[in-house]
Design a protein around this ligand. Sequence first.
Ligand code: NUP
Length: 214
Amino acid sequence: MKVKNNIILALDVMNMKEATEICEKLEKDLDTIKIGYPLTLAEGLEAVSEIKETFNFKVICDYKVADIPATNSKICNQTFKAGADAIICHGFVGQDSVQACADEAGEFNAEVFLLTEMSHPGAKLFLQENADAIAKMGVDMGIKNYVAPATRINRLKEIREIVGKDAFIISPGVGKQGGDVKETLTYANAAIIGRSIYESDDSQKALKDFISLI
Ligand code: NUP
């Protein structure tokens, strides 16, 4: 995946009106948007189709898919049918569940991002000790895209070492969660940034400020 200015906007607003206004303001400097449960549960999966129809954005659906393979297939099927270019799935559920997502993505010429370690403090409790194994599993499976934390640069670096230089890593946790954009992009291909941009009084300036730091 190619990401303009190496920044992906996490569009976690709760209605389409706000989502559209932000997209209009930022479309010159962005080409990739991440939509998660907040907007999807508020507005339905149509939020994905609407963004795809209105803007020239790639859309990554952050549904952290984490179910049995049969259910994962159905979740991915609906998401890709709505027009998503990629979906984020959890790795802790194991190879068969991730493979179900990858297979469905293959049917739609779409992509899967494998979530390794999450960015919030609570990820240290259970996820961190298994994150390297999750990343290794992804490599063994031929997964090319990963999500790894901007909040713990050493862990981002270690996960980069496991997945290799050709893998595509997107990294959440820049800004509000404390991660630094420049440092993050030393190891990640793109930073995912949400609240620091869309909660700003001047979201255009907030985005440009991040871009100027890169
Ligand atoms: O480990 C993760 N951390 C994280 O923050 C995996 C994620 N997918 N996210 C998402 O990235 C989170 O749900 C939100 O959509 C975005 C970060 O947003 P913000 O902290 O910049 O507002």
